[in-house]
Design a protein. Structure first.
Length: 306
């Protein structure tokens, strides 16, 4: 296949080697052969010319926890791959931000952007490889659209305007076997992660990773990678486990805060309606009357003393 005419414009997009990488990005964002293998597996293609492919991995695009894992320029497509082990319905917005960042880096300094003739740019495609354990995301593939996030529904005239889609590919055991069968690297990655999950039921995370790595070496699963980068892989995975635990903690804190605010709103409404006194409301809320009055006035615009 002819080398992408867009590839030469992407030379500024260099991997920041000072940042901690994830194992998924390490596998597919640092090696052209593995990246091409993944591209072929997802698209059902059989390209062999790795020189036609340019890897452009963005790190910390928006925020530390918002990393787009692998982006490749191939032919007339700009393909972004991301890995997620937790459910995130905001991925269409993330994908839009990532791609806008890439477009800006590729074409932002191109004077033709102000031309009277239309430029031709690579078509974006955004895939998310999901291997979390949420029962709500059990389908093989899920399409999540940006329009689902809009605060108000689009009119019939606007239907399809401003659309962006994240295609979630479930790579848990038994899911999307055709794709995994076409990529030994992806298949090996899935096997390795599932092995760690099983081992974590008995061993510590540190021990589980060590045992899983050795088992994969013994069985010939990503063996060369594990032999050469064993300590790096372990460091990546333990960091990922910490980040997942941190995100889950933040989500739990958010849920608790939401429940607390909901409860306070109910108490303020009851006091305002005269169901019971402000003193009784403050007691229920675990606050002083002054604190409850301040919360009601500043947050809900209700004066409980009038």
């Amino acid at each position: 296949m002819e080398k992408s005419k867009f590839a030469h414009d992407s030379k500024e997009l260099k991997t920041n080697t000072h940042k901690k990488d994830s194992f998924f990005r390490f596998l597919f964002g640092t090696d052209k052969q593995r990246a091409l293998e993944l591209y072929n597996a997802v698209n059902g293609s059989d390209y062999t010319d790795v020189s036609a492919l340019t890897i452009n991995t963005l790190h910390d695009v928006i925020y530390m926890k918002m990393k787009n894992d692998v982006s490749i320029l191939f032919g007339k497509q700009l393909v972004l791959y991301e890995h997620q082990s937790t459910v995130n319905p905001n991925m269409p917005l993330r994908g839009l931000m990532y791609t806008a960042e890439l477009y800006s880096k590729i074409f932002g300094s191109d004077p033709h952007i102000y031309s009277t003739s239309m430029m031709r740019i690579p078509r974006p495609r955004y895939y998310v490889f999901y291997n979390g354990e949420s029962k709500g995301w059990n389908d093989e593939m899920i399409k999540i659209r940006l329009s689902d996030m809009f605060g108000e529904p689009a009119s019939e005239d606007e239907a399809g305007d401003f659309e962006w889609t994240a295609t979630v590919i479930n790579i848990n055991p038994g899911k999307n076997m055709k794709i995994k069968d076409r990529s030994t690297t992806l298949s090996g990655y899935c096997y390795f992660i599932e092995l760690i999950r099983t081992l974590k039921n008995v061993y510590s995370e540190d021990e589980a990773v060590d045992i899983a790595v050795q088992k994969c070496i013994d069985e010939g699963v990503l063996a060369d990678i594990f032999r050469e980068h064993r300590s790096e892989v372990k460091s990546m995975l333990l960091t990922e486990f910490d980040e997942v635990a941190y995100r889950e903690m933040l989500l739990e804190e958010g849920r608790e805060e939401g429940m607390k605010k909901g409860r306070l709103s109910e108490i303020v409404s009851s006091v305002s309606a005269g169901d019971y006194s402000i003193e009784r409301g403050a007691e229920k809320a675990g606050m002083t009357t002054d604190e409850l009055q301040k919360y009601a006035k500043e947050t809900l615009g209700i004066d409980l003393l009038t």
